[in-house]
Ligand binder design. Structure first.
Ligand SMILES: [Mg+2]
Length: 311
């Protein structure tokens, strides 16, 4: 999220006022809509644009189609909800409209099938501008309810799936959203809060803290770092360490969870998921974000991805 997007969102939340229908308003990974009689629906939408979230001159259109759905699945996973159906809207450059639209779908549909998502509608337009893909995804919370970001408590352990940093090396196009992992963990354990990591580990942890009215300490030696981040740091053209990449690059699309200590210990000890789960710190009463390294606790400035793929 850029500074403009954050400012606009703050303005919009104020302008719209409190939501009558969604208890989380605009403040979570997805809207929660109680339709009566069954578990609430979980609804999210995400727009990806050529030159910002992918590059059509370099990336395979099938990967772009995959990403367009995957980023939405990641938000539904962050609510620990089951995805149901998608609405796909394409704004395609006219000169290769039909072929491009088909290729996008050839990347999107295998992922939809994998998670039982049906494409239920959408819209397609052509124009002279760059490719824009919008997906809206509808899911349903389980009987355990939606996993929100405002439930973290001091003493909760900070757990993450997978690893972080260097996503632009390719992970941002071909990642598998953590839908299965979120559903399994939410079913088998007590989870207090969760988000997916889209904008940067430190920034997304700080969002759980802000929503929950608490702080967090990240033990930096425990942060799982993606090999691509290590390679970026070795290249050193931007002077960032592998850890700095892991804390701030974003588009990791991993789960970040606040878990009560006994459940966290059991999760880490008996992890039966296909992805690693790591404890990287804990939530504390004092608001703010810290890093703990070599026994020393220092302020950590949350820092994240400003969308712009050309860097
Ligand atoms: Mg999210």
């Amino acid at each position: 999220m850029t500074a403009m997007e954050a400012e606009f969102l703050a303005w919009l939340a104020e302008r719209l006022g409190p939501s009558q229908r969604s208890p989380v308003g605009l403040r979570d990974d997805a809207a929660v809509l109680d339709v009566g009689g069954s578990e609430p629906l979980v609804i999210t939408t995400d727009l990806i644009t050529d030159g910002v979230h992918f590059r059509l001159d370099r990336d395979d259109p099938r990967q772009i189609g995959h990403k367009a759905l995957a980023v939405n699945l990641s938000d539904v996973a962050a609510m620990a909800a089951r995805p149901l159906c998608a609405f796909v809207s394409l704004l395609v450059p006219a000169r290769r409209g039909l072929e491009l639209a088909q290729e996008l779908y050839e990347g999107l549909l295998p992922l939809a099938e994998r998670f039982g998502v049906e494409v239920a509608g959408g819209d397609t337009n052509t124009w002279s501008g760059p490719l824009v893909v919008n997906v809206a995804l509808i899911g349903q919370a389980t009987e355990r309810g939606p996993l929100r970001r405002d439930g973290a408590k001091p003493g909760d352990q900070l757990l993450v799936t997978g690893c972080f940093g260097g996503s632009l090396g390719g992970h941002h196009l071909d990642f598998v959203p953590r839908v299965t992992e979120a559903l399994t963990l939410h079913r088998d354990f007590r989870l207090h809060a969760g988000v997916d990591c889209s904008d940067g580990l430190s920034l997304d942890v700080s969002r759980i803290c802000a929503a929950s009215g608490c702080g967090a300490v990240i033990e930096t030696a425990e942060v799982p770092i993606r090999p691509a981040a290590v390679a970026l740091a070795a290249d050193a053209s931007d002077g960032c360490s592998a850890l700095e990449h892991a804390l701030s690059d974003g588009e990791d699309f991993e789960l970040i969870l606040a878990v009560p200590p006994d459940d966290a210990a059991r999760i880490v000890r008996h992890n039966s998921l296909e992805v690693p789960l790591t404890r990287i710190g804990e939530f504390v009463a004092e608001p703010g974000l810290w890093q703990l390294a070599g026994g020393e606790r220092r302020r950590l400035i949350p820092c994240g991805y400003e969308h712009g793929i050309d860097r």
